[in-house]
Every structure is written in structure tokens, then in C-alpha cells.
Design a protein around this ligand. Structure first.
Ligand code: ARG
Length: 659
């Protein structure tokens, strides 16, 4: 059920005899801001009257005469300069709402298509521990997959694991120089990530050493740029002051960025040089950064020792991420990592060359693209292939295997340029018919507004983050004071289950509640609150519906019979508002698909929970005035529960029967 689409169809028909732009005008239907003006409003009469050179109110009245809508709405009203206000008939609303009873899809129609939608998400670089940055791709991608699949699309999910990159060079080097076969075999997951950390810290140290002079120079340059900009501001004429101020603040921003880069590099240098063990390690491994690249290159060239280490380590790396997926209840149809495409890469380069798309340039093979400063490099001087080459091979494979209409890449905004180039090459390859979308997202920030790190500067591990949320959820929801009234009392196992559902749900919901392109600050306390825009609030609303149904001793099948016997009646505006909300699930899902933005569904669920809360304040169910009123209210409670449960499920979040 998509009410705005239905209203648009009716308007389109009425408009067709008046204008060629019926589609455009019919699209101007919105929910009203103020219920005084009805439920929906169409604003097309004003622009249409301009086109026709006539009075807008007159145009609106004529349109109403042509409009065939009396099965759905009360007679439309013209208001103000020519708004057309629409109020849905109670009779229509009750018919549609009671039709949702017993409908597993909660009224959402199915939009089947022959072609598939491939979703590339999560895709971490394994061999290094998963951190908070990985949450977004995993959670957003999983929500998109669930929603699009529910809408009826053939969804193919693929975890494009980074299982072939430098991070393996890092653990191979670490194993050869710092590892101990027995210790690694005894506790592989932990040991490998320890080796990763050791080597990575030494590499970062090297890099910082190499770049610190240049970084310091760039601070000096940035400081003089600030000074220049400030001088220019002092001397600027009034009309130029605004832009001069802007120049100052952007120079200051650049300067603080440069200072932060120096500080970060200093920190990495000091951490090694102020520690005896670390500085000894650093002096014993002076060219560790190059050596790691050599180990990676050897792996790629099929060196037997490195290949067998890789084969030995990879399953452990996968175990580690699978634990996280299990906890997050995330699954994939395919996990085709970068290594899967290795044998296809030289073929891709050959094809690009033979089609005249790639050329040699300084010994490397490049695709030059108009509109980009730098070309896409597909093979380096030393013969190595790149991230982009693998993505081209992956694209080719997906087209052959899955016949997609759309491929979504749920990846950090910082990779925008990579995807712009990839899509530009795809266009030249003749793939314009596939919709390639970089479903980009912003950064998770700490409470200080900076990318989230632990005190020692490393990124916060994903598992400890999840543990923290569950612990917090337990404090909030399973507070003994709160639980005192529960009958039967809540056993330990139930408390654990609730804390897990609420804690994990909170992290997902908070992430999905922001538009994916914005950064957000991670604040556990806010995320897990029972009152606020949180999953706990929605889960709690669901639990309230279940409590009422339990007290009334009614299952959905009983309510269907009751409604058939008693009929449906709206006796309070809060009931009507709730019914109208329950019909809007499809609208939110279609909107979500259009923008690949799960926050549309989050907003819908929050609004529904709030509308339900108003209903609860105003409408007694068990003490309803008449059997008909009670039947209607029971139906609304039951449907609210189902819509909230389904909506949360589509976001990958569970519910509990009581909390
Ligand atoms: N492994 C990459 C990273 O962690 C993300 C891969 C995204 N998918 C892709 N097809 N490029 O940065």
C-alpha cells in the first residue's frame, strides 16, 4: 500500500486533459504539516495556473471536478492561494487497515524484477582486527539487503574481503621475524593480530620518520598562509571582507590539519623511540616497510612458502570476522575476496589494452579518463596489480554471474574517487545499462568529534564496542529496581537475551538513524536510552503491544474474527493517526531504495512508536467503551506490534516479548 502513489495516479488522470506535464504536477503531493488541512495536500494548482495563465483557485476547483477520488477521500477542499487538501475517508482507512490483519507483509506490495541487485558490503581487510570503522558498511549493507529483498528484489550479497593485500605481507613478515609456530598454532587469532600490530607499528614509525620533516615544513607554510590571509583581511574593502574571512578560516583549517598530522606522526615516533624494546626492534628492522611489500609481492607471484602461510592464516582470519558476523546476525550469499580474482587480473589488463582503453605510461599501465587529474593505474612498473584492477575483474565476474540491474558498493566516502574512476571505466567498457552506485558513508567519531580511537591511538576493536553496548543495555533495561514489577520474575537467561538484543540493536539503530553520508558521534549512553530516538524505545513500544495483547488474551486470529463480527470504528483522533501511520511502511521502504538510505525506515519506526505512545495515552484497550471500539483498538495494537517488529527486523534488529 503506497497511498501517495495512489493519489498521484488519480491526479495524473485528472491532469492529463489539462497539461502535458501531468507527471510532474501529480508528483506534488505531500503529507500536510498541520492536520487541520487534512492528511495530504497537492500544491500543483499554483504552478499549473502560471502555465495556463489563469487564476490558481479556479484551476484548483476545476481539477477537483475532474478528480475521481471519492472512494478514497472526502470531497477535496481548496485552501489559501490554491492548495488542494485531501482527507482520507475513515471508511477507506479502516478497510485498508483491517486488511493488514493476517497479512505477513503488513501491506507492502512486492516489486519483482528479472534482474538482480548485487550489494557489496562489509568487505573488511582481514588479518587485522575489525574496528569501529567496519560497523557502518556491515550494518548499512545488511539493512539494505534485507529491505530490498523484502521489497521483492532478487538481492545478491557479496563480501568482497580484502584477503590478498599488504596486510598479509604484514603478518607473513611478522610470523617470519617475530612469530613462534607453537604459540601461533595454540592461539592463532590472537597471535596473528598481535603480529599484525607489531609490524604495523614499526611501519607507521618508519613512515612517520620519513615524512616528519615535510609535515613540519607544511605547518610552516600553512602558518604563513594564515598570516597572509589575515593581512589581506585587514586591507580588504568592505565588499570583499566576506570572502577574505572565508579565506582566513579555510587557511586556519588547513593549518590545524597540518598541525594534527605532525602531532600524530610525533606520537608514533615517540612511542617507539621512548621505549627500549620498541627502539631495538626498529633498529633491527630498518627497512621493514619495503620488506613487507616484498613479502606481499612474493605471495602474489606464487612463492610456495608465502602461499602456504597465507593458506594457513586465512581460515583463522575468517574465524575472527565470522564471530562478529554471527553476533551481528549478518550473513552473505557469497564471500568472494580479492584473492578469488587474482588469476583474472592479467586478462583484465590485456582486455583494456586490446580495446584501446589502457596505455603504457612510465612503465605502468594506465587508463586515462577525461575529467580526472590522475589516471587509473591498473598495473605498476614492477608488474603488480592494484585494488582498481581487482575491482574491474570483480565487476566483470558479477555481470557474468548475476545479471544485475544495480550494483551497490557500500564503502566509506573516502573511497569516492576510486569509485568515480571505476564507474567511468565501466562506462567506456559499454556497461552503461548497469546502475553502479557508490553507497558512501561518513565516519564514526568519538565524543570529541574526532575519529574514534583508544587512548593509545589505535582504532577501537569492534568486539569490545559490542560488549560495551550490551553491558550498558543490561544496566539500563535490567536495572533491579525496574525489574521488580515483572511477573513472573525475569531469570538470568532472559536478562542476558534482552541485554544482547537491546545492546546490539542500539549500535545498529544509532548508526542507521543518521543519514549515511553524515559523520556521527558515538555516544553509548544516548544510544541505549529507553527514551529518545533509540532502538530501545522502539523495542519497548513493541513489548508494550505484546503486554496488552497478553492481558487481553487475544491472538491475531482472534482479532480478525472480532473485527469481522464487530466492524471497525474510529472513536478518537489518536486511533485514526495510528492507522494512517501503519499504512506508510511501504512508502518508507520505497524511499529507502530510492536514496539507499536506511534512515528513512528508522524515522518511520520512531514516528510510529511515538504515534503509538499517543494512542496509548488516550485510548484504553481493555476498558474500551464498546466492543466495537475495543476490537478496533486491539487490531491497531496488534498491527503496531507487527509493523515495529518487521521494521526492526528489516534493519537487522531483534525484539523481545517483554522488557
Ligand atoms: N577492503 C576494502 C577496504 O577495507 C573495501 C572493499 C570495498 N569493495 C570493493 N569492491 N572495492 O577498504
Amino acid at each position: 500500500m503506497h497511498l501517495p502513489n495512489l493519489l498521484q495516479d488519480r491526479f495524473r488522470n485528472a491532469l492529463a486533459s489539462v497539461t502535458d506535464r501531468a507527471d510532474q504536477y501529480a508528483a506534488m503531493i505531500r503529507p500536510t504539516a498541520d492536520p487541520k488541512h487534512g492528511d495530504y495536500q497537492c500544491n500543483c494548482a499554483m504552478p499549473l495556473s502560471k502555465e495556463l495563465g489563469r487564476n490558481p483557485r479556479e484551476v484548483a476547483s476545476e481539477l477537483i471536478e475532474k478528480l475521481q477520488i471519492d472512494d478514497v477521500c472526502n470531497p477535496p477542499q481548496v485552501a489559501g492561494p490554491g492548495f488542494i487538501n485531501l482527507t482520507i475517508k475513515d471508511d477507506y482507512l479502516s478497510r485498508v487497515t483491517s486488511g493488514l490483519l493476517g497479512d505477513e507483509r503488513c501491506g507492502v506490495s512486492s516489486q519483482e524484477g528479472e534482474q538482480s541487485i548485487v550489494i557489496d558490503f562489509s568487505s573488511p581487510n582481514v588479518a587485522k582486527p575489525m574496528h569501529v570503522g567496519h560497523i557502518r558498511s556491515t550494518v548499512i549493507g545488511d539493512a539494505l539487503a534485507r529491505c530490498l529483498r523484502f521489497l521483492g528484489h532478487r538481492v545478491v550479497t557479496d563480501n568482497h574481503l580484502g584477503d590478498w593485500g599488504t596486510q598479509f605481507g604484514i603478518i607473513i613478515y611478522g610470523y617470519k621475524h617475530f612469530g613462534d609456530a607453537k604459540i601461533v598454532d595454540a592461539n592463532p587469532v590472537q597471535e596473528l593480530s598481535k603480529l599484525y600490530r607489531i609490524v604495523n607499528q614499526l611501519i607507521e614509525y618508519r613512515k612517520s620518520k620519513k615524512s616528519i620533516d615535510a609535515l613540519e615544513r607544511s605547518v610552516m607554510d600553512a602558518e604563513s598562509a594564515v598570516q597572509l590571509a589575515k593581512d589581506a583581511l585587514v586591507n580588504a574593502e568592505t565588499s570583499k571582507q566576506k570572502s577574505a574571512k572565508k579565506t582566513v578560516s579555510s587557511a586556519e583549517r588547513r593549518c590545524s590539519g597540518a598541525i594534527a598530522a605532525v602531532e600524530a606522526a610525533r606520537l608514533k615516533i615517540d612511542a617507539v623511540e621512548n621505549d627500549q624494546v620498541w627502539s631495538e626492534r626498529a633498529s633491527l628492522h630498518p627497512r621493514i616497510d619495503e620488506a613487507v611489500l616484498e613479502e606481499t609481492a612474493k605471495l602474489h607471484q606464487g612463492d610456495p612458502e608465502n602461499l602456504s602461510l597465507w593458506e594457513r592464516f586465512l581460515p583463522h582470519c575468517k574465524d575472527e570476522i565470522n564471530r562478529v558476523y554471527e553476533r551481528l546476525d549478518v550473513t552473505f550469499d557469497h564471500t568472494l575476496g580479492e584473492s578469488f580474482y587474482h588469476s583474472q587480473l592479467s586478462g583484465v589488463v590485456q582486455k583494456l589494452r586490446s580495446e584501446g582503453l589502457a596505455q603504457d605510461s612510465d612503465g605502468a599501465v594506465c587508463v586515462f579518463l577525461s575529467g580526472f587529474d590522475a589516471p587509473m593505474i591498473v598495473q605498476k612498473q614492477d608488474g603488480a596489480f592494484l585494488y582498481a584492477t581487482t575491482d574491474l575483474a570483480t565487476l566483470q565476474y558479477r555481470l557474468e554471474q548475476f545479471d544485475p540491474a544495480e550494483i551497490l558498493y557500500v564503502v566509506d566516502t573516502r573511497q569516492s574517487e576510486h569509485f568515480e574512476k571505476l564507474f567511468a571505466v565501466a562506462d567506456q567498457f559499454g556497461l552503461e545499462h548497469v546502475k553502479l552506485v557508490h553507497v558512501n558513508f561518513g565516519t564514526v567519531l568519538g565524543e570529541d568529534g574526532k575519529p574514534m580511537k583508544t587512548r593509545s591511538g589505535s582504532l577501537i576493536g569492534l568486539e569490545s564496542l559490542l560488549d560495551g553496548a550490551v553491558e550498558r543495555a543490561k544496566k539500563v533495561v535490567c536495572d533491579p529496581e525496574r525489574l521488580r514489577t515483572f511477573d513472573p520474575p525475569m531469570e538470568h537467561a532472559e536478562q542476558e537475551m534482552i541485554a544482547e538484543a537491546v545492546g546490539i540493536g542500539a549500535i545498529k539503530f544509532a548508526d542507521l538513524s543518521h543519514h549515511r553520508t553524515s559523520d556521527y558521534r558515538f555516544n553509548l549512553e544516548k544510544m541505549v536510552a529507553l527514551d529518545g530516538n533509540t532502538s530501545a524505545y522502539v523495542q519497548y513500544s513493541y513489548a508494550r503491544t505484546q503486554k496488552i495483547l497478553e492481558n487481553a488474551k487475544k491472538a491475531e486470529s482472534d482479532i480478525v474474527k472480532l473485527i469481522a463480527k464487530e466492524g471497525w470504528v474510529f472513536s478518537h483522533p489518536a486511533e485514526r493517526n495510528l492507522a494512517l501511520m501503519l499504512m506508510k511502511l511501504e512508502e518508507s521502504l520505497v524511499g529507502l531504495h530510492k536514496d539507499y538510505a536506511p534512515n528513512q525506515l528508522v524515522d518511520y519506526l520512531l514516528e510510529t512508536a511515538k504515534t503509538y505512545s499517543k494512542f496509548n495515552e488516550n485510548c484504553h484497550v481493555l476498558r474500551a467503551e464498546t466492543p466495537q471500539i475495543q476490537a478496533t483498538r486491539l487490531a491497531l495494537v496488534c498491527l503496531t506490534g507487527r509493523v515495529l517488529q518487521l521494521g526492526l527486523h528489516l534493519l537487522g534488529i531483534g525484539v523481545v516479548p517483554r522488557m
